[in-house]
Design a protein around this ligand. Structure first.
Ligand SMILES: Cc1ncc(COP(=O)(O)O)c(C=O)c1O
Length: 418
């Protein structure tokens, strides 16, 4: 169903909301008018209809099978984005801790935050806001700025020796991929820049770790290491798997706690809408979900399955990232580009760098725009260039950008070569 509008599309390298696969957008057009032959459009149909409840159950199965989520964990859909989860993780995990340790007061209740970039910093700030009355102590396990080149940038995953975890925290929080700063934990086991899972449980005891991960900008771009060891993994859909408006949660069953019982013991009362147990008990339908966003997300993950699932995307994303970083390195050697993130800490999904020279950044962005490529500006807080290479960006599209970057390097160094 190619329309003239689809022929006018540009390549969108934006960080989120971001590109979606064209076949999914075209399928969604049909679903907007008539969802699964009901004669009702997806934005009009009741979320309690058997057609929609069957659909959302299928989305869950599709995510569960592709990510290999074990039965110990529930998969839930909610709203409020990653930002609502900044609060929800604190409240639900504190409720869980209170039920496990009713005798412990706020002074003995610790929340551990690994701060590797702007989003984990923001999550940590939310934890401080919510515990200002003394419900818990927020501890920064490591702040990567202290290990950076200039002492103030988020440009690295620090050495494992720098991570100082508390002995029995109510939660340990990290952000797997920092969208603004382009810093990501490595996935290869044993890598110096992988998340130091081993340090959380050095004696290998049989215990349920309170590990919480924000996967908003790397969800389903490749497998999730140590998935089963996590208490909670969450991700806004709007980077890799759908439109804004739906957040996916993978929650271990022991974290689906009775928040009201915990509040009776002195934990922070939790709004019904933020309680993971409420969400789970209602099969993600406590209130009206973002039906349209769930639908488009469902189409994306179904397409992913048909294409070969995560092994296919892992390979595709590896290739795209390698070719873009190789080109940045070429530009760096010629004094045209400068990488911002240290080796081994760079993100597959959000590639950040600077274009050197007076007016050069604008020339780079203008040239990209002329060639039909947009969304390349760095986040407003840090500037520079950011290339987001989410799942929907094809190898061909990444290749077009790489070709342009090479042309740009040649153009910028022309005078030097003469
Ligand atoms: C890693 C990460 N976490 C959290 C958020 C906040 O998500 P939301 O805008 O869905 O609240 C973002 C947004 O870009 C993000 O990239």
């Amino acid at each position: 169903m190619a329309t003239s509008a689809s022929h006018d599309r540009v390549i969108n390298f934006g960080a989120g909301p971001s590109a979606l696969p064209l076949p999914v957008l075209e399928q969604s057009q049909a679903g907007l008018v008539n969802f699964e032959n009901t004669g009702i459009g997806i934005a009009e149909i009741s979320h309690r209809s058997s057609e929609f409840t069957t659909f959302i159950a299928k989305v869950e199965v599709n995510i569960r099978s592709q990510l290999d989520v074990p039965p110990t964990h529930a998969i839930l859909f909610t709203q409020g984005g990653g930002s609502a989860q900044f609060a929800a993780v604190v409240m639900n995990m504190l409720a869980r801790y209170k039920l496990l340790h009713p005798e412990k007061g706020g002074a003995e209740t610790v929340l551990d935050y690994v701060v590797t970039g702007s989003w984990s910093k923001k999550a940590c700030e939310e934890a401080r806001r919510l515990t200002v009355g003394g419900h818990a102590q927020v501890r920064v396990v490591v702040d990567t700025r202290q290990h950076s080149r200039d002492g103030q940038s988020f440009d690295n995953i620090p050495p494992h020796a720098a991570f100082a975890f508390s002995p029995d925290p109510a939660l340990v929080y990290y952000c797997e991929n920092e969208t603004v700063d382009g810093v990501e934990f490595a996935h290869e086991p044993g890598s110096a820049t992988a998340f130091p899972y081993g340090l959380l449980n050095p004696n290998g005891e049989a215990k349920l770790l309170p590990l919480v991960a924000d996967y908003s900008s790397s969800f389903m771009c490749r497998r999730i290491p140590h998935l089963a060891d996590h208490a909670v993994i969450y991700a806004g859909a709007q980077k890799n798997i759908g439109p804004a408006g739906v957040t996916v949660l993978i929650v271990r069953q022991d974290c689906l706690v009775d928040v009201d019982a915990a509040a009776q013991l002195g934990a922070i009362p939790v709004p019904t809408m933020l309680s993971w147990k409420t969400l789970s008990d209602s099969k993600s339908l406590y209130n009206t979900p973002s039906v349209l966003s769930v639908y488009v997300t469902g189409l994306v993950v179904e397409r992913m399955r048909e294409q070969g699932g995560l092994p296919y995307y892992e390979e595709l994303n590896r290739k795209k990232a390698l070719s873009v970083y190789a080109t940045i390195n070429e530009g760096q050697e010629k004094g045209v580009f400068r990488r911002k993130v240290k080796n081994g800490s760079e993100s597959w999904m959000n590639v950040v760098f600077e274009v050197l020279g007076e007016g050069a950044e604008k020339r780079f962005l203008d040239g990209a725009k002329e060639r039909g490529m947009t969304g390349l500006e760095g986040h407003r807080s840090v500037g520079g260039i950011r290339i987001s290479l989410y799942n929907a960006i094809t190898e061909e599209q990444a290749g077009k950008l790489v070709t342009y970057m090479r042309e740009f390097i040649i153009e910028e160094t022309k005078d030097k070569q003469q």
